[in-house]
Design a protein around this ligand. Structure first.
Ligand SMILES: Nc1ncnc2c1ncn2[C@@H]1O[C@H](COP(=O)(O)OP(=O)(O)OP(=O)(O)O)[C@@H](O)[C@H]1O
Ligand SMILES: [Mg+2]
Length: 228
């Protein structure tokens, strides 16, 4: 067992960019190294209670160890909604709202309790609304947590990445690292994307992950354990 207390919030420039893939992969690597890992998906839309293992929380639990049950999902993902749409809209369809201060309080409790590596996967991109007053970036800012910003190599990713950085900068939530995760069938590769981003990121380290090279996650995990 490695004594440490490290925590990361994993956000992205948009949806479907690899937050869960990366978070689960890093959790897996760190667990194999003997680091106690807890991975949370506090807010989740598109949750199918008939197939919990397929949900983001289910994927994370699968890598952290322990069974995927309705109870274990609820323990790491208290705000679950069925509709596969933005969380505030998904909540509204169930006549619910996401109570922002409760969400922040719940995360703070987890952060202070857990010894080891704590990973919190956000939802969608940095400006996804959580309620009428708050977006994901406010959640990040409130937690004052080291953040990883995941982006891709798809056409449009450069602008999305720099827009996300500008949005985070505005609330003092600059990421600790930017992860460029190779998008499927992109016309520009990782090297060109990194070269284009580097002059605009104010010195924030950029790290790349190739598609279908899970071994790249070991390097990211080492880097995450080295920091903080
Ligand atoms: N580097 C990669 N190599 C292979 N497959 C990947 C890689 N990154 C992501 N994927 C796959 O791409 C899909 C989308 O990734 P993932 O679900 O992790 O995105 P996400 O950002 O968590 O999305 P959401 O916003 O829905 O939470 C998944 O099927 C995932 O397994
Ligand atoms: Mg996900």
């Amino acid at each position: 067992m490695v004594a440490m207390k490290k925590r990361y919030f994993i956000t992205a420039t948009g949806t479907d960019l690899g937050k869960t893939w990366l978070t689960a992969g890093v959790a897996n690597v760190c667990r194999a190294l003997g680091v106690p890992v807890r991975a949370l998906k506090p807010v989740m839309s598109g949750y199918d209670a008939a197939n919990p293992a397929a949900s983001d929380a289910g994927v994370l639990l699968g890598k952290v160890g322990g069974g995927v049950t309705a109870e274990s999902i609820a323990a790491i993902s208290p705000w679950r909604f069925a509709a596969p749409i933005a969380p505030d809209l998904a909540a509204a369809r169930e006549g619910r709202v996401i109570d922002f201060s409760q969400l922040v309080g719940w995360c703070r409790g987890e952060i202070s309790r857990h010894e080891g590596l704590l990973l919190i996967e956000g939802i969608g991109g940095v400006m996804v609304p959580l309620d009428a007053q708050h977006t994901v970036r406010d959640w990040i800012a409130a937690l004052e947590m080291p953040t990883l910003l995941v982006t891709g190599t798809y056409l449009g990713a450069l602008s999305h990445a720099l827009t996300a950085l500008a949005a985070l900068r505005e609330v003092g939530g600059m990421p600790q690292m930017i992860i460029v995760n190779e998008s499927p069938a992109s016309s520009v590769g990782l090297a060109d994307t990194l070269a284009a981003l580097a002059p605009h990121t104010g010195g924030i380290p950029l790290l790349s992950l190739r598609r279908d090279h899970a071994e790249d996650l070991a390097g990211l995990a080492q880097e995450m354990l080295r920091r903080q």
